[in-house]
Design a binder for this molecule. Sequence first.
Ligand code: 5RP
Length: 261
Amino acid sequence: MTGDMSPIDKAKFAAACRAADMVENGMRVGLGTGSTAAWMVRRLGERVKQEGLRIKGVPTSTRTAQLARELGIEVVSLDQAGWLDLTIDGADEFDGELNLIKGGGGAHLQEKIVATASDQMIVIADAGKEVETLGAFPLPVEVIPFGWQTTRTLIQEALDTMDVLGNSAALRMNGEAPFVTDVGNHILDLHLQRIGNARQLALVLNQVPGVVENGLFIDICDKVVIGHGDGRVELRDINDGTLELDQLVEGGENLFSDLAD
Ligand code: 5RP
């Protein structure tokens, strides 16, 4: 099985395991969405079974909730948890200040709420997600279905005044029909190529009527765990300015030998 994993998947797995191993007994943990976050949830499930780890997980999507439950992780809502010790989630892009683009999986609204309600957010990503300037990855913006085309026009007018290199806004599709988020909204993917001032753009987008939330995470992420295809991981802490280097298992392949699917 391990031979079937691409270097990117191995990198995601390495980052996910390193972060999951930072979770401690009794923690209330935000569980992100996406393929990297799914590895993290699997690793937590393994720790629950093997070590008797006791945590309460707050999933950021119905997909993650289902996976967590299947793995025996106790799932509670954000309101039941109240406040979280830690959220671990993937990202589509991160820059040197750990500002992020998220929402490639369509869950950035819940992800932002959950991460903001946490003492700490740790992003897990393969090394290819690091960029100097955000914006090559299309920026997801969640909009309510009512009048979404008008909302799109207003967004494009706002973009014309921003430091970006494009203003096309594509309605995300799921086959022939518009993609629908867990809470019943649509997503516009903004093809901006380069975002000169992400902080300003995040504020401006959220002022457009019909916009529910954009996928820019500014000053929310505290640490990033960057995985590499050979099992090496880097842990960067933006608050302490520290960098740790790690190799989860020497000899590489053992790291991936417990993958069941
Ligand atoms: C979901 C997200 C994901 O974290 C992001 O898309 C990264 O996904 P993956 O780990 O599959 O590369 O923001 O809304």
